[in-house]
Design a protein around this ligand. Structure first.
Ligand code: CTP
Length: 385
């Protein structure tokens, strides 16, 4: 877990920084807060001290080396919310308070999440400074579009908590998957019987979306093709929605040339109704549903695999899980198969096995799917990169 130095500057979005401190700590990080001079007019540093469990700082308070030691202590320096004033000062190398001086002496990952009025944000001076920061390798977490507090519509809202937290995790990870392109399928496909009824399955998409997040944290470019999901979408990832297995197959085939790695996590409907009734089927008679088999997307990919890394999933009864999954790996020509027992579907925690073509089996047990996804990606990284 990381050491996060959080800089807060004067924007009304500062109230969101309080929640951010809580969430960072919930994720296991240690947090220290440094406030710009004016931001204490919005929220006192005492609030941040209580929330972070550490001292918060507005100025040096008798420690002449504070602006060196705070950044040196941190793994990540996140400024959120970052006012246009602080943003421009950091871009130009001006150190006129503790926060901006910390930014000057900081050597590691600097993340800046601007927040403010849309006209201020669009101001050419601010845009030039943003460009400068990006060119220097600073991660700018773009503000979001929407209704602003000043009643204007436009880009200026502080990035969501989910995005801020995700970028912190990103900044804390090494990047072994840099330059690798990962295509992931996620969620359940749906096969319609009539206009309103369908065949599907219990998949929430949580493990798949978590894998997408983790591959991004480790440096990969990620694209997701998602069927039906109930889990929250991963931030900062390109995502296309599809409905049926055939739609998923089409979209995957369009994207497969782009990818170096394909991870077929989707719980694909193996069968579809022979015909889909155009309206709504009325009750009152006996019905027989004739099903035809869907194409096996992964099997097809395995046939034309080339140099791509293919990762499949196998959902099986606990008994004989490893053997059945290994059989799937061989039959579908995969590099890796992740074997999950039936009980794992819909459950919060995770237990499964990562099985490699060479025969190595890595057991994964985790309290949640995000942690499980990280263990799976780490196992694949260790074995195949
Ligand atoms: N899969 C696929 N296309 C299908 C069915 C499955 O691409 N029509 C992929 C899944 O995304 C998963 C893997 O194949 O990565 C295994 O799916 P699973 O349903 O466990 O097994 P099946 O191959 O359908 O075999 P079985 O019927 O024996 O369970």
């Amino acid at each position: 877990m990381g050491k996060v130095l959080l800089g807060v500057s004067s924007s009304i979005a500062i109230y969101k920084a309080c929640e951010l401190v809580r969430e960072l700590r919930k994720s296991g990080h240690e947090v220290r807060v440094v406030l710009s001079l004016f931001s204490e007019r919005f929220i006192s540093k005492l609030t941040f001290e209580a929330l972070s469990g550490n001292r918060a700082y507005v100025d040096w308070e008798g420690d002449p080396l504070l602006h060196i030691n705070l950044p040196r202590w941190s793994d990540v320096f996140l400024i959120a919310p970052c006012s246009m004033n602080t943003l421009s000062k950091v871009a130009l190398g001006i150190g006129d308070n503790l926060l901006t001086t910390c930014a000057l002496s900081h050597k590691g990952h600097l993340l800046i999440a601007p927040a403010g009025n849309v006209e201020m944000y669009k101001n050419p001076a601010v845009q030039e400074n943003l460009k400068r920061l990006k060119e220097r390798g600073v991660i700018v977490i773009e503000p979001e579009e929407g209704k602003l507090l000043c009643e204007e519509e436009g880009q200026g809202r502080l990035a969501s908590l989910e995005r801020l937290l995700d970028w912190v995790e990103y900044a804390l990870r090494p990047k072994p998957w840099k330059d690798k392109r990962v295509l992931l399928t996620v969620g359940a496909t749906k096969e319609f019987i009539d206009r309103v009824r369908f065949i599907s399955n219990l998949s929430s998409g949580l493990l798949g979306f978590s894998l997408a997040r983790v591959f991004r944290w480790y440096g990969a470019q990620v694209r997701v093709v998602a069927g039906f999901t109930t889990a929250e979408e991963p931030p900062e990832v390109e995502l296309t929605r599809v409905v049926s297995t055939q739609d998923m197959r089409e979209r995957v085939r369009e994207l497969v040339d782009w990818a170096d790695v394909v991870v077929m996590n989707a719980a694909v409907a193996d069968y579809r109704p022979l015909e889909t009734y155009a309206g709504k089927i009325k009750k009152g008679r006996r019905l027989t549903l004739e099903l035809v088999e869907n194409p096996d997307i992964l099997l097809e990919l395995g046939r034309e695999k080339g140099n791509k890394l293919l990762v499949g999933f196998a959902l099986e009864e606990e008994e004989g899980l490893t053997e059945k999954a290994k059989e799937k790996l061989i039959r579908k020509n995969l590099d890796v198969v992740v074997a999950n027992p039936l009980q794992s579907m819909g459950s919060g925690s995770y237990r499964g096995k990562v099985i490699f073509r060479e025969g190595r089996v890595v057991d994964v047990e985790a309290e949640n799917k995000l942690r499980a996804a990280e263990c799976i990606v780490q196992a694949i990284t260790e074995q195949l990169l």
